[in-house]
Structure formats: structure tokens, C-alpha cells
Design a protein around this ligand. Structure first.
Ligand code: SF4
Ligand code: SF4
Length: 382
């Protein structure tokens, strides 16, 4: 397993995490077997937003005796007052469900206390301009939660959340299809209807900006909807020319700026193992570029950080240089902060480019790589 720092929280999360939603309704044996498979393979982060006692208790029982091995994302405001998944901002309800989460899981702390489902301005106001955020901060001061996170599917609202400076982690829906959907669209609609392919012309800039901002501010992203609710894996429902594999979706998520962990919604040992096999897969099996480039002939010029262009005779990690350059160009102050340091820590830099052109002939998106290497050398002075 590989691990990435969860920003400034002091925690290190496995790059593949478990989103436990699809275990809801399963038998205890399946829950335990899936969780065991995850932990035996080094997975150490699980998202538990589900409000029901049954799944929480099964997960708590399965985790008994090894609580400290798992980073739990538990949500504030997730309820089922209407007999199904629901959002609550009513403080007695929020507190009751959070207290129950601790009891059901058999623990006295949650690692990341997530501000649940903030997708609209109204959601934002109801969380950040109310008792809700003070409650989360009190839980943190008291040690009941170790860090404050938030979940969102909307890049404009997610940006506002990050800019509050209050949250230490963002859970966001990322996959190649959602990233091509205009920012003002409710991506969750696409879980139940066909994608509108004619609007999916390129990676949405607001989404790309959000990921760059998170990387720059050291706000780690844990990814939800990594497989687009399963639609990207289905030849019938994918908006692309062909279905993607779980590994390709995981690779896409993990190569976005700011991302710490891709949560996968596995509901069995077999599915968990399939996702974990990502770690030992050859690069060609992770390549998601064919699907994306099939969408639009004009989808050219922007780097999607796929590293399809390697190998480079100067050993430049071209995707990483492009990624840091994009962040620096979006905000010059990033150069002197963490991004500049990350760039300098690379084993080869833009200035090492010998302009052989090998990469440009392999890039499916016609990125001007040589130009970018020169620009990176100029921006970072290396
Ligand atoms: S330059 Fe092209 S091939 Fe290389 S990482 Fe970017 S998009 Fe992929
Ligand atoms: S042109 Fe530069 S970045 Fe591209 S492969 Fe050659 S040396 Fe590497």
C-alpha cells in the first residue's frame, strides 16, 4: 500500500480507501470480510456517512480491537429521519446521530468529523453561519474529532468551503466524467440519467481550479464517486466510447492535484481486491486517456496528468511538472509556498529538458510539453 499525508492533520491515509455505503444492507459476514480484506492489504481509511444503526454497528463490530488502525471519516448532519439518507442541520438531530455514531461504532472519537453534504449556498450558510460549525469546533477542542472535514459535489461551493480556512480535508466527487460536466450542474443527477455528452467538451476549469487550490493550501481531498456510481464501469451507461476499469478510475482520481485517497465503494472481498490490484498494475493498465480523448476531437492542449508521454530521457516526471506549473500559474504565491518545494524535490526539472520531442508525439492531448518545461524552469527558476 502507498500512503499520503492528510494535509496538516498528522495522519497518513492509504491511497485507496473504503467508502462503506455499498455495504449498507449486507450481512455481517460480508461487511467483515470486505473490511478484513481492506485492512490486510493496508487500507486504513473508511468513510461512514450512512446514518443507520445496522451498518454502523456491523462496521463497529468488524473493527473491534483494531480501531486505532483505521482513520474514520464520520459525518455530522447525516440522518435518516425520513427513513432514507437525509441531510439535517437541526442541531438536536445532528448531535443525536453523531452521538449514536460513536456508540454504534464502539469508539470515543472520530478521526475526521465531516460537515456533511454542502452543495448549495443554503447548505453553506446553514453550516458555516450557525451553531453547526461551532459544534464541530467544540468536538475538535474536546478531542472527540481529530480534524474537521467537509463533503461536497459542487466545485464552486467546495472552493468557498476551502477558503473558510476552517476545514482540514475535503471529500469531493471526482471521476473523468464528472470532471467534464459544467460546474453548475448537479452531478448526482447523472447517477440516475444519461450524461449530456454534448456539454462534456473538456475538463471543467472550476473543478481543475478547486483541485489546484487544495494542493496549494495543503487541504487533502478524499475522493467519492470514484467510479461515477458504477456508471463509468458499465459499457451501457458510460458517456465514453468504452467502459473504464476500476484501476483506471482510481488512477485518474489519484493523479488529480490535492488528492490523498480514492475511496472505492466495494461491497465484497472480490471488489476490494480488484481495487487494491491497482497498486501492482503496469502503467498501460492504468491509462485512462483513450476514454477521455474519445469524447471530443477538440479536447486538446490541457494536461490531464496521465504520464502517457513517458519515458523521458531526462527522467522528468512530465505530469508532475505540468501539475505544479498549472498550480503556480493559477496563483503565483504558490511558487514560494509548498508547490515550489514539491517541484524542487523532483529528481529532474523543466531545465533538464533536452527538447528531444519524444513526449509530444505520444501525448494524446497535444500538450506543448517542451514549452511547459521551459515555462516551469522560468517560473520555479530550476
Ligand atoms: S503531457 Fe500529455 S501525455 Fe503527458 S501527462 Fe500531460 S496529458 Fe498526459
Ligand atoms: S522533450 Fe523534454 S520533457 Fe519531453 S521527453 Fe524530451 S527531454 Fe523529456
Amino acid at each position: 500500500m502507498r500512503y499520503r499525508a492528510l494535509g496538516n492533520t498528522g495522519m497518513q491515509a492509504s491511497v485507496i480507501g473504503l467508502g462503506a455505503e455499498h455495504l449498507d444492507g449486507k450481512s455481517y459476514e460480508i461487511v467483515k470480510e470486505t473490511l478484513d480484506t481492506a485492512t490486510e492489504n493496508g487500507v486504513n481509511i473508511v468513510d461512514i456517512f450512512m446514518p443507520g444503526h445496522d451498518i454502523r454497528q456491523k462496521l463497529g463490530k468488524a473493527l473491534r480491537g483494531r480501531r486505532k488502525e483505521m482513520i474514520i471519516q464520520g459525518h455530522l448532519g447525516s440522518s435518516d429521519v425520513n427513513q432514507q439518507y437525509d441531510i439535517s442541520r437541526d442541531m438536536p438531530t445532528v448531535k443525536k446521530y453523531f452521538d449514536n455514531l460513536l456508540v454504534d461504532l464502539g469508539t470515543d472519537y472520530i478521526d475526521i468529523g465531516m460537515l456533511f453534504f454542502i452543495d448549495t449556498e443554503d447548505h453553506f450558510d446553514a453550516v458555516f453561519h450557525s451553531e453547526f460549525i461551532r459544534y464541530a469546533q467544540q468536538l475538535k477542542q474536546g478531542g472527540t474529532i481529530r480534524a474537521i472535514g467537509a463533503s461536497s459535489h459542487n466545485p464552486v461551493i467546495a472552493r468557498k468551503i476551502v477558503e473558510t480556512g476552517v476545514v482540514e480535508l475535503l471529500m469531493f466527487s471526482i471521476n473523468p466524467a464528472f470532471d467534464m460536466v459544467p460546474a453548475n450542474t448537479d452531478v448526482l443527477d447523472y447517477l440516475s440519467k444519461d450524461f449530456e455528452k454534448d456539454t462534456m467538451l473538456k475538463i471543467d476549469e472550476k473543478r481543475a481550479e478547486l483541485y489546484r487550490l487544495c494542493e496549494q493550501r495543503n487541504i487533502p481531498i478524499t475522493v467519492m464517486k470514484t467510479f461515477g456510481g458504477g456508471k463509468l464501469l458499465s459499457p451501457q451507461y458510460t458517456p465514453f466510447a468504452s467502459a473504464l476499469t476500476p484501476k483506471q478510475c482510481i488512477h485518474y482520481a489519484l493523479t488529480r492535484p490535492g488528492v490523498a485517497s480514492a475511496l472505492v465503494g466495494c461491497q465484497s472481498r472480490v471488489e476490494m481486491l480488484e481495487s487494491i490490484s491497482y497498486l501492482n498494475s503496469p502503467e498501460e493498465e492504468l491509462d485512462f486517456t483513450a476514454a477521455i480523448s474519445s469524447m471530443n476531437e477538440d479536447f486538446k492542449g490541457s494536461c490531464v496528468y496521465c504520464n502517457h508521454c513517458l519515458p523521458c530521457p531526462s527522467n522528468i516526471d512530465i505530469a508532475a511538472v505540468n501539475k505544479y506549473l498549472d498550480i503556480a500559474l493559477a496563483d503565483q504565491t504558490a511558487v514560494v509556498k509548498g508547490i515550489g518545494q514539491h517541484y524542487r524535490e523532483l529528481s529532474a526539472h523543466g531545465s533538464d529538458c533536452i527538447e528531444c520531442g519524444n513526449c509530444e508525439s505520444k501525448c494524446p492531448f497535444s500538450v506543448s510539453i517542451i514549452h511547459n518545461m521551459k515555462k516551469a524552469a522560468e517560473v520555479f527558476s530550476v
